[in-house]
Design a binder for this molecule. Structure first.
Ligand code: PRX
Length: 639
């Protein structure tokens, strides 16, 4: 495996950064040269953020799975590629070498093909964290089908929205998923979603929990049966030769509006940047065991369980369960059992485990750990210090990696052992990444406050794995990311920057919540609440939550013609669970008589946010409110 693009010192990083900015085409061409291509690209980069149009390695031909699998067979065919730890620690673990994973992916690609899947088809994947999930992604990619993974916590309604938007024609699912002590009836939820959606040709069902399921004739087929039908020839599958800019996958994510958008990533740029960032941020060395605790239902699992590590020929560990089952020592058991070298998780997990103290760590040998990482939300100092002291034993660099579903890979981070870990600071931009802080007037921030620049985090130029569009709606792509500050990609985050160019991420400045690392739009939750009978209107804001990062605070107006008691809070929560998923249920629901609105009828969320945060002394200007008295009343009745 050619890691010639791995820098190994701060000077090496600085040089790479300089080259990447001065001559991005030359820089990324050199990186791209280390991958397997059927045909090299004609043009490294063409872009404008106005149209917007972004094309990397145009004219290049490749298949990402040949990079993730085939190219490793000669050198490390018998090395583990994927290690799987089941939810229940007493159940059988599984390890796939690169050879075995290659075989399984080819076999399942044949199953897909035999069932009519073609290049460009959209395949919805709704599974638990089983190895077959990773195999499904790769089989789709081998065949050129576009996968769209839906996190196992989403409800039937959310699935339906995504199926419709993607125009999906196939589904891959499981009978059920194990999550701690629970079994999630995935197939049943899919059946619900399909009640009003008839464009699905086939539902392929993996038997995993042995939960009873109903199978619809001519539509639903068993994974196992289909695999059994293959003979030895099924072990091979000629990878579809893809254009560099062909879409690889769609992943739905929340924004400021009620409707999630389908973020589209394309093959070559995504592959190159996830590999590049994996190898450099974590300073991965061949043979190390890399454990990313994310769910493949979110982007972190796509980029740093599947594509990045496998393309780099790494050993990727995948865990089916949750950190607190059967007890809060589970992650550390896994680290001990597999001698994990690099551990990558979310601050919310650290905070929740911190609450259990040091007891769950007793008797666990964590001495294999060399690098720790965090992702998904700002980490607070207490959690950082606990992670550093109790897990890293003050010996492991902690990389704080900032990125987004849209960015495909890590954009800002420190580099393990190369640049310093600084609590709560993501620090430096990756090579090829040009962040800039912009004020509300759209100008670059040049004045410091208390020694730091503060502004909205934007990017001046494209990196290889930037999203290419929002599925089926390019105008929405333009409006969401490129219209707030023309000529720039706007991340939706606020950030601080010091004199040396280190970044600290503050969090979202738009109406997006980050609940336990799950990204949820306030409008999505409001839409769900408003569907409850008797609800007139609602407004949802975030408030600081010790474990989840953000808690969801809903202010709800009820129809007073009906006695309020008829609408229990539980009904509101159930409706949110039904419309979105359990993870989006409001933590606090305050029934109010009115909401603070401007004279033009706009809800003043700024005020509600302050109330939810308990900062009622500091509400700012309320003179433009239609009815200032309502604010006093909400405060009086605050939960
Ligand atoms: O607010 C930022 C936060 O997570 C958002 C992106 O969420 P999502 O698309 O679900 O992707 C999460 C995993 C990449 C960002 O806009 N975020 C992500 N990483 C960090 C972070 N906030 C602070 N520090 C981070 N390291």
């Amino acid at each position: 495996m050619d890691y010639s693009f791995q820098f190994d010192s701060l000077e090496g990083y600085k040089e790479a950064y300089k080259n990447s900015v001065e001559n991005p085409e030359q820089f990324w061409s050199k990186v791209a040269d280390t991958f397997a291509w059927h045909k090299k690209w004609d043009k490294t980069l063409e872009w404008d953020f106005k149209t917007p149009k972004i094309e990397w390695f145009k004219g290049g031909k490749l298949n990402i799975t040949e990079n993730c699998l085939d190219r490793h067979l000669a050198e490390r065919g018998n090395q583990p590629a994927l290690i799987w730890e089941p939810n229940n620690p007493t159940h059988q673990t599984r390890t796939y070498t690169y050879k075995e994973l290659h075989r399984e992916v080819c076999r399942f690609a044949n199953v897909l093909k035999n069932n009519g899947v073609q290049k460009g088809d959209r395949i919805c994947i709704y599974m638990g964290m089983v190895p077959e999930l990773a195999i499904s992604l790769l089989a789709c990619a081998r065949l050129g089908a576009i996968h769209s993974v839906i996190f196992g916590g989403f409800s039937a309604n959310s699935i339906l929205d995504r199926l419709e938007d993607a125009g999906a024609s196939f589904i891959i699912t499981c009978d059920g998923a194990f999550r701690g002590s629970k079994v999630i009836p995935l197939k049943e939820i899919i059946d619900d979603a399909l009640q009003t959606f008839s464009s699905i040709q086939k539902v392929i069902v993996l038997k995993h929990t042995n939960s009873p399921v109903s199978m619809v004739e001519n539509r639903d087929i068993w994974w196992g049966d289909e695999m059994k039908k293959l003979d030895e020839k099924g072990d091979h599958f000629q990878a579809e030769i893809m254009d560099a800019e062909d879409p690889l996958y769609i992943l739905y994510t929340s924004g400021s509006t009620g409707k999630p958008k389908g973020v589209v990533h394309s093959v070559a740029g995504y592959m190159i940047f996830t590999t590049y960032t994996f190898v450099n941020v974590f300073q991965y060395k061949p043979g190390q065991v890399f454990f990313c605790t994310a769910d493949i239902g979110w982007v972190t699992g796509h980029s740093y369980i599947v594509y990045g590590p496998l393309s780099a020929g790494a050993i990727s560990l995948m865990f089916e369960g949750i950190p607190t089952w059967p007890d809060a020592g589970r992650f550390w058991d896994i680290v001990d059992k597999y001698r994990v070298n690099i551990f990558y998780t979310a601050p919310t997990a650290i905070r929740s485990l911190m609450g259990f103290g040091a007891k769950p760590l007793e008797g666990k040998d964590l001495s294999s750990l060399e690098v720790l990482g965090t992702v998904g939300e700002p980490i607070n100092i207490e959690a950082w210090e606990w992670y550093n002291q109790f897990i890293g034993k003050n010996q492991c660099p902690i990389v704080d990696t900032w990125w987004q579903t849209e960015t495909g890979g890590i954009l800002i981070s420190n580099f393990a052992g190369i640049s310093p870990s600084r609590p709560c600071w993501a620090t430096l931009p990756l090579p090829g990444v040009q962040p800039v802080l912009i004020n509300d007037q759209g100008k670059e921030v040049t004045e410091k406050i208390d020694g730091l620049f503060k502004g909205n985090l934007c990017m001046k130029s494209p990196w290889p794995s930037i999203l290419r569009t929002t599925y089926g709606d390019h105008e929405r792509f333009r409006l969401t990311y490129f219209s707030t500050y023309p000529g720039l990609y706007f991340s939706g985050d606020g950030a601080l920057k010091d004199e040396e160019g280190n970044f600290r991420i503050i969090g979202r400045v738009d109406d997006v919540l980050n609940v336990s690392g799950h990204r949820i739009g306030t409008a999505e939750v409001e839409n769900a609440i408003n569907m409850c009978e008797g609800v007139v209107e609602s407004a949802v804001v975030a408030y600081p939550h010790d474990i989840k990062g953000h808690g969801i605070y809903a202010f709800v107006i009820l129809n007073m013609e009906k006695p309020p008691g008829q609408i229990a809070e539980e009904k509101i929560r159930d409706m949110v669970a039904e419309q979105i998923g359990h993870f989006a249920k409001p933590d606090k629901i305050q029934i109010v008589k009115g909401l603070p609105k401007t004279r033009s009828g706009k809800i003043m969320r700024r005020i509600l946010r302050k109330i939810a945060e308990n900062e009622v002394e500091n509400l700012g200007d309320t003179t433009s409110l239609l009815d200032p008295e309502i604010v006093a009343e909400i405060i009086r009745e605050k939960l």
